[in-house]
Design a protein around this ligand. Structure first.
Ligand code: F6R
Length: 600
């Protein structure tokens, strides 16, 4: 999703620093980029489609020294990813970068056109820029804080802006509503950024702007104003992230590196939270649980549903945040609302959290990004401590969410044999996951069998079905192979018509109570020509005729439901990775995708 950086420097390096910071936001996903600088007494704009490297190439021979720069990566929403539509945008004496969506831009555009404004792009951002120019020039509100405040009152939707006024080119203004923006305090100058990872090379000191707040930033001073334009003191936070130049650590891809981090991340989470008060929720206080999230985080929630319903016996529904926020959900004071988000900034998930907070629900967030909006606004937050996730497709982000949900469930169990067994087993999780990674040749073999296919089906029952949902999403997002996940018993109610000779069906059957049923479903697809890839555990495989109905099998060691869930998730991630690699896909930055989805 769009990324913003801005820097105002005591020296003339703002352009270089802003671009360096922008590169650290590449992981968010984008399709064009741009920068505005103040050089030779005027604001100059440079833009390019594609990678930031294209932008750098464009400006490499130009004298671009500047004290101030605002830079942007654009993930197209309104208008194609062209150079013209790329940010920064400029109107009259205003230049700005924007993250978010201005929902009433058509109305504002018509209004501005009647007032003599013309437009060159299809973007909502150009309209926002022109509207600020209108307030500044036509309404003659020359106090810049008042101008921004007044203009933003008439903008509907979400925004984070970095703004430069021509007549005050050594000051950077910033404001936000429902889109992330922080202000960084550096030794040689000050920053704005969509997140801390972008600027961590230069500073770990930052403030989070509240909605409607405005920052006035020069190279040696930051003033923050509230929505009534009163000067306020915001708490300066210190991030404990460290900057690491060689962030791939020798791996070919961030995704591979992040998969390899899973054993430690998961093991550390169990050590940190298992049987600890901080992660013990009195589930008995609630009569139902709503788990609300998007994408993979929602899939983690599906695993949570099975765990909470099976072991804690609490009715749990998993809700897609973009649906939940508009459906007037039935929330009572006995509803526990669990909000899951790696980034902590997903627009729909954040809106769902606010809705639940507004009706007085107890909200528990499971979040990776420290101090993100969701982490701050939930009544309680359990961090997943997965560390920065750079690959757009989540891996350790997702499995760490599953781990926290598992821990909440385990902590809610009374001390009994079941709990003892699970506790004993989770102590081995790091080793178990490392061994799972070691099975790479088997994943490569599966990838070889599927990478040239157009359609793939994943089937499973219970928790295995939830794992199929994530396995299928991972495969399609990074390898661009169409795939669908089905509850194994459901396929024959329609979709089985799509099974042809050679169509791969990946079946997961790790639950002994459902094993025979899933096997029957696999056989149904095999009878219709499917190429079957069967994933199960050793003891289950030993007691059946696996070789008769599987073209390829992946046999995992026997272990508890909790451990096997992590193992299967990791194995599916590696199968997707190897498949995408064979197809030469841009694995870390799949097309059209954004890491942090900060618009609806
Ligand atoms: C898929 C993926 C997305 C995210 C989803 C929610 O690999 O990464 O489906 O899971 O966009 O993002 P967060 O967890 O940041 O709210």
């Amino acid at each position: 999703m769009c990324g913003i950086t801005g820097y105002i420097s005591k020296t003339n390096d703002a352009n270089t620093v802003a671009i360096n910071c922008l590169k650290n936001l590449e992981y968010r996903g984008y399709d064009s980029s741009g920068i505005a600088i103040f050089n030779e007494n005027k604001i100059k704009l440079y833009k390019s489609t594609g990678k930031i490297a294209n932008l750098c190439e464009k400006i490499k021979d130009i004298d671009t020294t500047s004290k101030i720069a605002i830079a942007h990566t654009r993930w197209a929403t309104h208008g194609k990813p062209t150079e013209t539509n790329a940010h920064p945008h400029r109107c009259k004496n205003i230049t700005l970068v924007h993250n978010g969506i201005i929902e009433n831009y058509i109305e504002l555009k018509e209004f501005l056109q009647k007032n003599g404004y013309t437009f060159n792009t299809q973007t909502d951002t150009e309209v926002a820029c022109a509207y600020i120019a209108y307030v500044y020039n036509d309404l003659n509100i020359k106090d810049k804080l008042k101008c921004i405040n007044e203009a933003c009152k008439n903008l509907k939707g979400s925004y984070a802006f970095g703004i430069i006024f021509d007549d005050e080119p050594e000051t950077l203004y910033a404001t936000r509503k429902d889109s992330p923006l922080i202000v960084g305090y550096g030794d040689n100058g000050n920053f704005i950024s969509s997140d801390i990872t972008a600027i961590i090379k230069y500073t770990n000191k930052y403030v989070i702007l509240n909605d409607y707040y405005i920052s006035k930033i020069t190279c040696d001073k930051v003033e923050n104003y509230d929505e009534n334009l009163n000067l306020v003191n915001l708490e300066i936070k210190t991030s404990d992230l460290t900057y690491n130049e060689n962030t791939k650590n020798g791996y070919s891809h961030y995704m591979l590196k992040e998969i390899h981090e899973e054993p430690t991340v998961i093991a550390n989470l169990y050590k940190r939270y298992l049987d600890k008060d901080i992660a013990t929720i009195d589930l008995k206080k609630f009569d139902k649980i709503h788990i609300v999230a998007c994408g993979s985080a929602m899939h983690a929630g599906l695993i949570g549903k099975y765990l909470f319903e099976t072991y804690a016996r609490i009715e749990t529904t998993v809700e897609i945040a973009s649906e939940y926020r508009y459906k007037n959900p039935i929330i009572t004071d006995k509803t526990l609302v669990i909000i899951i988000s790696q980034s902590g900034e997903t627009a729909d998930t954040l809106a769902a959290l606010r809705l639940a907070n507004n009706v007085g629900a107890y909200t528990l967030a499971i979040v990776n990004q420290e101090n993100s909006s969701i982490a701050r606004e939930a009544k309680k937050c359990l961090y997943t401590y997965a560390g920065p996730e750079i690959a757009v497709a989540t891996t350790k982000g997702y499995t760490s969410q599953v781990a926290v949900l598992s821990i909440i469930m385990i902590n809610s169990l009374k001390n009994n044999n079941l709990k003892d067994t699970i506790l004993k087993e989770t102590a081995t999780i790091e080793n178990v996951l490392e061994k799972t990674i070691d099975m790479l040749p088997e994943y490569k073999n599966i990838a070889n069998k599927i990478y040239e296919k157009n359609d793939i089906f994943f089937i499973g029952r219970g928790i295995d079905y939830a794992l199929c949902m994530e396995g299928s999403l991972k495969l399609k997002e990074i390898s661009y192979i169409h795939s669908e996940a089905y509850a194994a018993g459901e396929l024959k109610h329609g979709t089985i018509s799509l099974i042809e000779n050679g169509t791969p069906v990946i079946a997961i059957a790790t639950d002994e109570t459902l094993f025979e049923k899933t096997v029957s479903n696999v056989k149904e697809t095999k009878a219709r020509g499917a190429y079957t890839i069967f994933i199960t555990t050793k003891s289950l495989a030993d007691n059946t005729d696996v070789d008769d109905f599987s073209d390829v099998k992946l046999i995992l060691n026997d272990m508890s439901k909790i451990n096997i869930t992590h193992v299967v998730a990791l194995a599916l991630q590696l199968i997707s990775f190897e498949t995408a690699k064979l197809k030469n896909c841009d694995i870390d930055k799949p097309k059209n995708l954004a890491k942090s989805v900060t618009v609806e």
